[in-house]
Design a protein around this ligand. Structure first.
Ligand code: A3P
Length: 303
């Protein structure tokens, strides 16, 4: 148990990772009861790595028949409502999921995924991000949802805890390396994406994602600019300016309602430069490089 990281709850360690009590409860329930189906697609990520963006893109790709409709769910609901988290919405999913198409999301690390996910033919898409930007994004997010009486959460404190591995669903490096190694072993099951690459070459990676989701773009669609339309629909600029994301709220749990705009802060690569010192940058990079190198099978360049 660690009382220092979050403002809303202590964190608890389970199978080597840190969770808030509600997430942990949902995770254990998912491990015990979630019946993955071969057609399911599970979007996996550590918090603040681009989950919201990946949800929007995947939803848009699979629902592109309604791309131009004013009733497109992405215009009216937050991406988190369009694609719920497995460990949050399991009870709700049990009753509703089969009426909808099979896209789900989770922050559960690879080693703790429900056995039905790893042993069935369902597919996994993982997104990761530069840990420096993840830390800064997380620090802002926690600061925003933190109980007022807990006071200010110093960045230095967040940094130290993050480097000790104590953060939401952390250690971050173990989260990334778990999926990275699994993606090398099962490339047909797991697609590994990086936030920075998606930003840089959106069209290439969106096509890659669509193909992996078994919804590739036809030549006609490419000619008609469908890929660009999806990128534009799911862009930070567009989503963050939608009324639902500016003023709506989403209840992660009855006890934790988060304003939708908290998921849309800056959406940039390299915002860490505005917050972290040069020393912090060096320390975090060295730590990530060390973690990746100490696992000789990983071959992952960690920023
Ligand atoms: P910043 O805090 O750096 O701005 P998650 O969805 O995993 O919680 O991650 C949230 C981070 O992704 C935030 O980063 C948020 O601004 C960014 N984000 C949200 N929507 C995005 C989009 N459509 N494109 C790019 N980044 C996005």
């Amino acid at each position: 148990r660690n009382s220092e990281w979050t403002g809303f709850n202590d964190l608890f360690q389970y199978e080597g990772f840190w969770y808030t009590p509600k997430f942990l409860e949902g995770l254990i329930m998912a491990q015990e009861e979630f019946p993955a189906q071969p057609n399911d697609i599970i979007l996996c990520s550590a918090p603040k790595t681009g989950t919201t963006w990946l949800k929007a893109l995947s939803f848009a790709i699979m629902n592109r028949a309604c791309l131009d409709d004013t009733t497109n769910p992405l215009l009216l609901k937050t991406p988190h409502e369009c694609i719920p988290f497995l460990e949050i919405g399991l009870f709700q999913l049990k009753t509703n999921r089969y009426q909808e198409f099979p896209l789900l999301a989770t922050h559960i690390p690879f080693a703790s995924l429900p056995e039905s996910i790893t042993s069935s033919d369902c597919k996994i898409v993982y997104i990761c991000r530069d840990p420096k930007d993840v830390l800064v994004s997380l620090w802002h997010f926690i600061g925003n949802v933190r109980a007022k009486e807990k006071g200010h959460f110093p960045l230095e404190k967040a940094f130290d805890l993050f480097c000790q591995g104590v953060s939401l669903n952390g250690p971050y490096w173990d989260h990334v390396l778990g999926y990275w190694k699994a993606s090398l072993e099962w490339p047909e099951k797991i697609l590994f994406l990086k936030y920075e690459e998606l930003k840089k070459e959106a069209s290439f990676h969106v096509k890659r994602l669509a193909k992996f989701l078994s919804h590739p773009f036809s030549l006609d669609e490419e000619r008609e600019g469908v890929v660009e339309k999806i990128i534009q629909l799911c862009s930070f600029q567009n989503l963050s300016n939608l009324e639902v994301n500016k003023s709506g709220q989403y209840a992660l749990f009855a006890s934790l309602v988060v304003e939708n705009n908290r998921y849309f802060r800056k959406g940039e690569v390299g915002d860490w430069k505005n917050c972290l010192t040069e020393e912090m940058k060096e320390d975090l990079q060295a730590l990530m490089a060390f973690k990746a190198a100490s696992d000789t099978s990983s071959k992952l360049t960690m920023w």
